[in-house]
Design a protein around this ligand. Sequence first.
Ligand code: FES
Length: 359
Amino acid sequence: MPLIPLRLTIPLRPWLAPLRWLTAHHWLRAADVDACLRFLQPAWALTRIHARVEARRWVAEDMLAIRLRPNCNWPGAQAGQHVQLFIERDGVRLSRSYSLTAQADGCIEIAVRRQPEGRVSAWLCEHLSIGDCVELGAPYGELRWPQEGAVLLAAAGSGITPLLGLLRDALGRGFSAPVRLLHFVREQGQRAFVEELQQLQARYPNLAVEWAVTAGAAGQRLNAEQLHAWREAHVLSCGPAGFVEQLRELVDGQAASLQVESFTPPQWRAEGERRPVRLQFFRSQREAVGDNQVSLLEQAEAAGLKPEHGCRQGICTQCTCQLLEGAVRDLRSGEISHEPGQSIRICVSAPLGDVRVDL
Ligand code: FES
């Protein structure tokens, strides 16, 4: 039984400021302070975001919704954002990114799709229990609900999760323009949050939800006809890279606005001829022969480094580091960065020639 309830850490937050000052000036060790705080409340920490599992429920055959109560270091999040969740298994720290599906009463909800081979998702689904603590990163993500006008939400698989977070928030704030949610799943049992979505449909007449099952000969696919009546709507989409690319092509500039996010890294476009380059990782004092078509994150990992990262798609900023020398190309836009000291996201930056980075 914790000595201090987790809720009480919120009003006690100002008390941490002097402790942070003392650790910043090396009068105390952060690890010792954390150990004391953990003794009082297992999810309390000086700066890190820990959260206690409050509830768990299956919302599809392969998807588990987990309600978490973060400690006082949680900065708050916007609907549609994601968080990095960290666990330790056999002494190895592992992390995955999950979208927020709801926020209420100081709690957040994430939904974890169980991947048969997934080291993190399988463990969370099988072993994470009510009362356990996990560590979270700061929220990130740029999907935003439009101010006004009809909205089309197109999701595939677990891409439903950030869109559901946005939808719940918008309807709760009184959004009254027509909204259509299309959710593509491989199997019938993978339709997620069916009950909640049906309840939302019954409560909000401006919402229409449709599911499309893609497996089998009669499987339904995303097509131009489904989008035709919504040509001038604001379109938000989330799913695997292939799905959002197809949607982008079908929409082809006809939507009022288009926001997409994919949870698998897109296929980066190669540019110019493949050639070897010299990579210098300044902080770790390592050098490697690299490739001008591959992201610096992958190449640093191949060289034995473990740079911090999250989404691997240029969204979360966790992999940001300084370019010290040379030039890099943004694999998404082709934009070149060459200023020494400039911040770059190494998951989406490939070296143009020899480079030195602060890793
Ligand atoms: S890992 Fe998220 S921006 Fe690079």
